[in-house]
Design a protein around this ligand. Structure first.
Ligand code: ADP
Ligand code: MG
Length: 481
């Protein structure tokens, strides 16, 4: 067996135990550099990967090497090295240990890994330096929300890759992984991470231009710009940023050349080493209607998935959120919630809000006994039945003592307009409807109306307890249908 065959065997084994994103990210472009005596040196493409393999996969790599060499491998080292030439032309070693002195240069990069914070610092790789002299100025109306930081992001197995990558691109924008593409189901922290990258970048570098937008906002801005002859302003706005954060790219449409514009924006930023971070509910190749050239651009950076948090992580998240809200809950209660609510972090937060609201309202201290009935109505999203737009509109109309026609009609009176916005918000949240289809269900309104409604209610919901309460009751009725 040659070293290359050995490594293939090891990779084959590792591949079975890792998610595809993890496997590709960490093991792409790795190979055995030398196998001398009982020591194997693995070549890796960069220091970030090196630190990660040492920290996370060393045991697996070592034991797999053992398996395939009859326990001949005692030590495994990792070294930043790129394979010279193409695969077949590299002279290969046989696994029978031979003493070939290594002539490979020492790594050019130097980085320190802080195992407490999980951060990597002091990379010396060439990177875009952010302007430091420019005065701090808020950029873009729909930009950053200070509440999402790395500090209040709980790291567990399911998101450690995305988290580490997000931190790496923050410490070295445009230099390590570009683009960074984070994907996974709803409520699993994608927006949180994108925002954290933005907030941290601005904190490190107050002059940095960071722009956070959803792909729908991008589409909309672009179409508006084209129609009003402000294409130049649009380009200026998007192509001059240091960090571009695009949330939910799966909603980007082919409308009036939006994808084309995105493609050019992407290229422009990428070529000038500006950092791009993108989120999606699925990997690039699974996004319907996305042009192939865009897919391959997105795939060329780092792909990191986020998954459902495991039990320990759920408890840790609940604990943190309780503290944030200054409403500590006993451990047995946290465990109970974490056991019942297992789908995603957003639902976890929802359950917590519900518990807090109930006990504050009744002015009693929470116990397992008082918490149980509150959660009894709680069903994980996966086991929920699907609801139709009609059912949703009917439920909300009834809740506000209105007729369906009041909601779908044209009156702008507040007592109609507000429930209507709640309908649009919940169609988005609960049914994952697109903005155009929400507009259509509501009497043929424009998709921008739906988008504004969604943004408005989303903005209100975190601080408005009455609204939280209304939404909770509406959801209960909806799923009790
Ligand atoms: P997504 O964009 O993936 O749908 P969000 O980023 O909006 O999800 O997360 C939903 C909620 O859960 C947010 O309030 C967010 O702060 C919180 N959240 C998600 N993951 C975590 C985490 N790992 N630690 C702390 N809060 C989290
Ligand atoms: Mg999101």
């Amino acid at each position: 067996m040659t070293t290359s065959e050995l490594w293939q065997a090891v990779l084959g084994e590792l591949e079975l135990t890792l998610s595809k994103a993890n496997f590709t990210t960490w093991f792409k472009n790795t190979f055995i550099v030398t196998f001398e005596g009982s020591e194997v040196t693995i070549g890796v493409p960069n220091l970030f990967t090196k630190a990660w393999l040492e920290k996370k996969y060393h045991k697996d790599i070592h034991s797999s090497l053992q398996t395939h060499t009859n326990s001949a491998v005692r030590h495994v080292h990792y070294r930043v090295e790129t394979r010279q030439g193409t695969a077949g032309t590299v002279p290969e070693q046989t696994v029978v240990p031979v003493n070939i002195p290594t002539t490979a240069p020492e790594p050019v990069f130097a980085a320190a890994h802080n195992s407490n914070t999980g951060t990597y610092t002091s990379y010396t790789a060439p990177s875009a330096s952010l302007p430091t002299s420019a005065p701090a100025q808020p950029f873009g109306e729909f930009s950053l929300n200070a509440k999402y930081t790395f500090n209040n992001f709980i790291v567990g197995k399911q998101n450690e890759l995305a988290h580490a990558a997000a931190q790496a691109v923050t410490s070295q924008p445009g230099g390590v992984y570009n683009p960074l593409f984070i994907y996974g189901g709803v409520g699993l922290g994608k927006t949180h991470l994108l925002q954290a990258v933005g907030n941290e970048t601005v904190r490190n570098n107050p002059g940095a231009k960071v722009l956070y937008v959803t792909s729908e906002r991008f589409t909309n801005d672009f179409i508006t710009a084209v129609r009003s002859g402000q294409g130049k302003e649009f380009k200026n706005r998007y192509r001059t940023v240091d960090v571009l954060l695009i949330d939910d790219i799966q909603f980007i449409t082919g409308k009036e050349g939006t994808q084309e514009e995105f493609f050019h924006t992407f290229n422009q930023l990428h070529q000038t080493n500006k950092q791009i971070v993108i989120s999606s509910d699925r990997p690039p190749q699974a996004i319907l209607g996305l042009e192939n050239r865009l897919i391959s651009r997105l795939q060329c950076g780092m792909l990191a998935d986020v998954g459902n948090p495991d039990f320990e992580t759920r408890v840790a998240i609940l604990d943190t959120k309780c503290r944030e809200k200054c409403y500590p809950l006993a451990h047995d209660i946290l465990h109970h919630v974490a056991t019942l609510v297992s789908s995603n972090v957003r639902e976890l937060e929802g359950a917590l809000n519900k518990i807090i609201a109930f006990h504050q309202f009744k002015n009693v201290a929470p116990t397992i006994e008082t918490v149980k009935p509150i959660l009894s109505s709680f069903q994980p999203a996966s086991s929920r039945k699907t609801i139709t737009a009609r059912q949703l509109i009917q439920t909300i109309a009834t809740y506000f003592d209105l007729h369906i026609e009041d909601i779908t009609g044209q009156s702008r009176e507040k007592r109609y307009a507000f429930p209507r916005q709640i309908v649009m918000y919940l169609m988005r949240e609960e049914m994952k409807s697109s903005y155009p289809s929400i507009g259509m269900e509501l009497g043929g309104r424009d998709h921008t109306t739906a988008m504004h409604a969604y943004e408005k209610i989303s903005g209100l919901v975190s601080d408005d307890e009455k609204l939280q309460h209304d939404l909770e009751l509406i959801r209960q009725r909806l799923y009790a249908l």
